[in-house]
Design a protein around this ligand. Structure first.
Ligand SMILES: [Zn+2]
Ligand SMILES: [Zn+2]
Length: 101
């Protein structure tokens, strides 16, 4: 299976070699800010099954769980691209996108 997508201006592109592990609609407070009052639709994928290209900016914040969430967005058009999590309990900076935020 090959999936691909990208941002509005096409500067950031992604390709996946497998189907998402989970798709979900999130209504947490952060997603309501991102979605201008609505929730967000997300795919959760294994990092080793996704390749990315293009310049992104990022914003890091702490979830209620204590994990750090880093949200990436296109440096050109600003479209939200992806989020990754770092586990506070493991004291790791390795992104683990398949974990709960
Ligand atoms: Zn863009
Ligand atoms: Zn959310």
């Amino acid at each position: 299976m090959q999936l691909q997508g990208g941002c509005l201006c096409k500067a950031v592109r992604w390709q996946a070699t497998a189907a998402p592990l989970v798709t979900r609609h999130c209504w947490c407070r952060d997603c309501q800010y991102i979605g201008a009052g609505s929730g967000t639709v997300n795919m959760m994928m294994r990092r080793d099954q996704v390749s990315l290209s293009g310049a992104t900016g990022s914003y890091a914040s702490r979830a209620d769980s204590g994990n750090t969430i880093e949200r990436h967005f296109c440096a050109s058009c600003g479209r939200r691209d992806r989020s990754s999590w770092s586990s506070a309990s493991a004291r790791s900076t390795t992104p683990m996108p398949w974990r709960r935020p």
